[in-house]
Write a protein that binds this ligand. Structure first.
Ligand code: AQP
Length: 334
């Protein structure tokens, strides 16, 4: 609890251009629930370097991501939007938690297996201990809830396990966080391979809708989306392409799968795909316009970066000090 409100933490990596999956699975929910909680939204640039990054690109993407948080509707005066690398307590707590996490637990993480396969030439220790840094991110702010997509569920579970283990040894040090899953859009799949999740690092640009894609590209990509030859708009696992488009439509238009199936009963895939494309383009347009306006105001964004880093450092260092004392690190002489 902070100022009588529950605490929420979430973050995104600056590993590429945000996709519709990131937006519907996370960012859109962040905006909806931000009034209810004391929120910390981080651009997790320390996580990003688990995959090799071009330094100047990473810097640009991180700023662009932070700006997109605001463009999507997160008020930076009421919510703490900051770069992870500006708060050194993330790294310090991660080291400590590494010593309370078992190799066997980390070995089970499916994201590590997927990413290790994708980046076989760079299976670094950071990629392996990624979930520990994520646990540190969350526990540092004594977060009550963490809104993420389904793909991050396993990482949330290990965070809870680490927190409970630590509390079991040292008393009530950490709040054990709950996962917050949005009603729709929790797992958006690739438009080209609907059995794979939509990812910002996917090399095929037609597989993802990017947040800054223009209307024509969005509509074109949906038209090209892989479906099937069943020719009926039904919400079932056997038609993963259509199921994904229904999920996207539901999340974008605020409808249920039943309502959507009824709305498009007897209609062809072409008509449905156009409707999905137009609806998605319609919800992204205001975000894109706001983004273009914000990037022109350098000093405004700079001030947010500075002020919010101070705020995040203040709260993070409180937890870190508590943890350091509990485990027996000597007090600093001031
Ligand atoms: N396809 C998705 N559907 C729903 N939610 C998703 N998220 C990611 N992809 C989908 C959610 O977006 C948030 C940001 O995630 P991240 O930047 O930490 O990295 P990620 O989960 O690894 O996302 P990507 O897009 O797949 O990035 P890369 O390609 O770099 O690995 C999280 O809340 C996630 O659940």
């Amino acid at each position: 609890m902070l100022d009588g409100k529950k605490v929420l933490f979430s973050g995104m990596q600056a590993t590429g251009t945000l996709t519709l999956g990131n937006y519907l699975g996370a960012l859109k929910n962040w905006v909806t629930i931000s009034d209810e909680y004391e929120c910390f939204y981080s651009v997790v640039d320390m996580h990003s370097i688990t995959i090799r990054q071009d330094p100047s690109e990473l810097r640009k993407r991180a700023r662009s991501l932070l700006t997109l948080y605001i463009a999507a509707g997160i008020d930076p005066e009421k919510n703490c939007i900051y770069y992870q690398s500006h708060v050194s307590a993330h790294a310090e707590l991660a080291w400590i938690l590494n010593c309370y996490t078992y190799m066997g637990e980390l070995n089970r993480m499916t994201q590590f297996k997927d990413k290790a396969q994708k980046h076989a030439d760079n299976i670094n220790a950071g990629l392996f201990t990624y979930p520990v840094l994520m646990a540190a991110d969350i526990l540092l702010f004594q977060s009550d809830v963490v809104p993420v997509g389904i793909d991050q569920m396993q990482h949330l579970e290990i965070t809870r396990d680490i927190a409970q283990r630590f509390n079991g040894i040292y008393g009530d040090v950490f709040t054990v966080p709950e996962i917050y899953l949005g009603k729709a859009g929790a797992k958006i799949m690739s438009l080209q391979e609907p059995e794979k999740k939509m990812s910002k690092s996917d090399e095929n640009p037609n597989a993802s809708i990017y947040l800054m894609d223009d209307t024509d590209s969005i509509i074109r990509k949906f038209k090209r989306a892989v479906t099937d030859s069943e020719a009926q708009i039904v919400y079932r696992d056997e038609q993963p392409g259509i199921k994904n488009l229904i999920d996207i439509y539901c999340a974008a238009a605020g409808k249920t799968p039943e309502e959507t199936v009824k709305e498009f009963e007897g209609k062809g895939y072409g008509e449905f795909k156009s409707a999905v494309g137009e609806t998605v383009a319609g919800i992204l347009k205001p975000v894109q316009d706001k983004y273009q306006e914000l990037v022109k105001d350098k000093s405004y964004i700079d001030a947010i970066i500075k002020n919010n880093a101070q705020k995040a450092n203040y709260f993070a260092s409180k937890t870190l000090r508590k943890v350091q004392r509990k485990i027996g690190f000597p007090d600093k002489i001031r």
